[in-house]
Write a protein that binds this ligand. Structure first.
Ligand code: ADP
Ligand code: ZN
Ligand code: ZN
Length: 745
């Protein structure tokens, strides 16, 4: 008998008979093994659907006659029992039907050979290697043979030529002489890259790193689940520590998963892992289904030691999981913004708990959630307060834009101190990074006469003027329209283009520092695949001394030659209607400041702000995470926000505003009743709303949200699930449920 979950169709599980004729001839006991997809009859009229078999059992069901399943779809199980447990947990945690979770977790790829290439791999036969010294060979051929014999693994032709420092000619001669053995193999792109890596040895750890590694090693050796929060300032050598921990994991014959933000999954990052491990797999969202599927099979076969990937790599089918690392654990991109709305860090924690593996959370600016868990003793905190090689953290100067504005009017985006710092850096041959977290040219277009502002008719937010395309663009729905020549309300022709975006900053930089090339990195300039990497490579080579861009330049980059970092406007994100606004600002400023001072040349940071006394900015200027947390946590606690309480956010959207509001209202009422009845102490369970969401209209749909707060997350989820199960769907209104939301707009 098989228990089946349907990805489309009603939630819940359904039991079917698994008749004998579906038994696998070679493995009869594996009939309808859990984790495979099966075709089952469902509903009236003999319709059949595909579902996931989540359990097989022999429990007889009294009374009811079960239908029989029709076919087994997958020749092998797609999901291990551990993965089935994890997805079931996710269904409960994120209030998302189990079937939908399963669909999201299993890659939809099919078998195929795309992305592989034939390569010729060379090796020296043992009998040749043994009498190498006695062979009479010309100099070049001798060098080739020596390089080949010295290599523990077969080498590709080009690779061998590079190691021997010669062309391919002597190699071909040696092949003809029969001194080199060649075999052809089909390798995928990852394995191909692996062929060309220069291996690196572990570094000698310093006094801060050694205890950090020891803490992780203790958990590894004990084969127990434990979470270690590795809090180390930017450039303190966190990556080196967890790579050495993974080396230990690999030496036990276990596998490790490293989760990094999508944006950090650069060749530079991946290269660091390739240089240290024989076999890694990289998983990211730009891979084709075919490619992804192939990686899955390789990982599942046990051939991969380390899986490096973005969010969804937490589901990598490692059979012997030894460790999960979540690097930059505070990053919002670990949260998925479509159902199932999971947070990869929390899923990693659950998975590791279940499979008895330790978890390392690494960050220079941990999320307040993780920090609080560490303070409360649930995680082990390991701190690395200094940079490697005794490099100091860069000095940060806060530039008060109120004073600047006072002194001179209409000066543009770059204050005088920042201008001088850039000038000095360029003079000394250093490089400069400028952060401005808004793309476009002008961020609002307004009539000074009557106050009319151009808004997207579908989203009700200000449209941004893009100078290159000479158009107004909505950053939420990508709607484009021509800029107005006159105010549609009062006909005035004096339309003002205000607000600063990266394109305008670029123009200003070009005007101020002529003759110095400036690279711009934002979502507009980085449309083509690979352009991100090209820009970073160009900057690394020193082709351009100035790099400006949005938050995509703030994180993880390691350019030793950068001596000045400028934050054009630190308070861009400070006043968003989001309880994490201060935390985000602190993270962004601290992370971008960390991009400088990474070599002997030193570096400094200038942070421009209208709010220099703001605790988030003041603490970031002092690189003082603990002070920021100490100031912010009591405020969160007073309001019952995470990490002191759980939040669930419901968003209703639809084209008829009144109906949307009414649906949100009904949900809120039902939740108020449910909550007050069940929560001990009643008042602890709070329902806020319904209210128009901060983004009140998006792509033509009105949005209303209801926020739920409760100190007890499980209670909150139960109450919400209960109410949602009873609520009827309304035509034209979609309700989404976000547990532990990160996006509050
Ligand atoms: P983080 O992850 O904390 O930003 P990294 O591990 O990337 O820091 O280290 C920053 C730089 O210092 C890297 O170039 C790394 O190779 C180097 N590094 C790390 N550990 C050591 C060490 N013990 N001795 C010398 N250099 C080190
Ligand atoms: Zn007007
Ligand atoms: Zn829009």
């Amino acid at each position: 008998q098989a228990t089946v979950v349907l990805p489309q169709g009603p939630p819940g599980t359904f039991d079917y008979l698994a008749p004998d004729e579906f038994a696998d001839a070679t493995r009869p006991e594996q009939l309808a093994e859990s984790g495979r997809r099966v075709r089952v009859p469902f509903g009236r009229g003999g319709r059949t659907v595909v579902g996931y078999c989540v359990a097989v059992g022999v429990k007889p069901v009294a009374g009811r006659k079960l239908k029989a399943l029709q076919a087994v779809v997958d020749p092998q199980s797609l999901l291990s029992p551990a993965m089935l447990r994890l997805t079931e947990w996710m269904a409960g945690r994120y209030l998302c039907p189990w079937g939908q979770v399963l669909e999201a977790v299993v890659p939809s790829g099919v078998r195929g050979g795309a992305g592989t290439r034939q390569v010729v791999l060379l090796s020296a036969p043992t009998h040749v290697a043994a009498r190498l010294a006695t062979l009479d060979l010309p100099e070049k051929q001798r060098r080739v043979m020596q390089a080949l014999v010295a290599s523990p693994k077969p080498l590709a032709v080009k690779q061998l030529a590079a190691r021997a420092g010669c062309t391919t000619a002597p190699i071909n001669t040696l092949r003809k002489k029969g001194l080199i053995e060649a075999k052809t193999e089909r390798l995928d792109t990852g394995e191909l890259e692996q062929l060309h890596v220069q291996r690196e040895a572990p570094r000698e750890l310093n006094d801060d790193q050694r205890p950090a590694l020891a803490a992780i090693a203790a958990a590894l050796d004990g084969r127990r689940h434990q979470t270690i929060l590795l809090h180390g300032v930017t450039g303190s050598g966190k990556t080196e520590v967890y790579i050495q921990a993974i080396e230990r994991v690999v030496s036990f014959g276990l596998q490790a998963i490293v989760l990094v933000p999508e944006i950090s999954l650069t060749p530079q990052t991946v290269g660091r892992f390739r240089a240290r491990f024989d076999s890694i797999a990289v998983l990211h969202s730009h891979q084709s289904d075919v490619e992804r599927h192939r990686h899955w099979r390789r990982i599942a076969s046990g051939a991969v030691q380390v899986v490096v990937g973005a969010r969804s790599a937490v589901f990598a089918p490692t059979r012997r999981l030894g460790l999960i690392v979540v690097d930059e654990e505070h990053e919002n991109s670990f949260k998925q913004d479509s159902a199932p709305r999971y947070h990869a860090r929390d899923v990693a924690m659950q998975r590791a708990r279940d499979e008895r593996a330790p978890v390392v959370l690494a960050s220079a600016t941990p999320s307040l959630e993780s920090w609080q868990h560490a303070r409360a003793g649930r995680y082990r905190l390991v701190s690395m307060p200094r940079r490697v090689n005794n490099l100091p953290l860069p000095a940060v100067r806060v530039v008060d834009l109120r004073e600047e504005a006072h002194r001179r009017r209409g000066v543009g985006a770059i204050s005088r101190p920042l201008h001088q710092a850039i000038e000095a850096a360029l003079r000394d041959g250093g490089q400069v990074i400028l952060l401005l977290n808004r793309r476009g040219y002008s961020t609002h277009v307004q009539c000074p006469g009557c106050g009319y502002a151009v808004k997207c008719p579908d989203c009700d937010v200000a449209m941004t003027f893009h100078k290159q395309d000479r158009c107004l663009l909505c950053h939420w729905c990508d709607r484009r329209q021509a800029p107005p020549t006159a105010c549609p309300d009062c006909k005035s022709a004096a339309i003002r283009y205000g607000g600063l975006g990266t394109q305008r900053l670029e123009a200003e930089v070009n005007a101020r520092f002529p003759g110095h090339r400036c690279l711009r990195m934002d979502a507009d300039s980085m449309r083509r695949p690979g352009s991100h990497q090209q820009a970073l490579d160009a900057f690394r080579r020193g082709d351009a001394p100035i790099l400006l861009g949005t938050q995509m330049i703030a994180k993880g980059l390691d350019f030793p030659n950068v001596t000045v970092v400028g934050v054009i406007s630190a308070d861009t994100s400070l006043h968003l209607p989001d309880f994490r606004a201060a935390e985000r600002t602190f993270h962004l400023v601290t992370q971008v400041a960390g991009r400088t001072g990474r070599s002997e040349r030193g570096g400094r940071v200038l942070v421009q702000t209208f709010d220099p006394e703001h605790p988030a900015i003041a603490a970031a200027a002092r690189h003082d995470y603990a002070a920021f947390a100490a100031g912010e946590l009591p405020a969160r606690e007073a309001l019952g926000y995470p990490p002191f309480g759980s939040v669930v956010r419901l968003v209703a959207r639809g084209e008829a505003e009144k109906t949307v509001e009414a649906v949100a209202g009904q949900l809120a009422d039902a939740l108020r009743e449910a909550g007050l009845g069940e929560a001990p102490g009643g008042a602890a369970f709070r329902v806020l709303g319904p209210a128009p969401a901060p983004l009140a209209k998006l792509r033509g749909a009105y949005r209303y949200h209801v926020q739920l707060h409760c100190p007890d997350g499980a209670l909150l989820r139960d109450a919400t699930a209960g109410v949602l199960a009873k609520s009827r769907p309304h035509e034209g209104v979609t309700v989404t449920v976000d547990v532990d939301p990160v996006d509050m707009l």
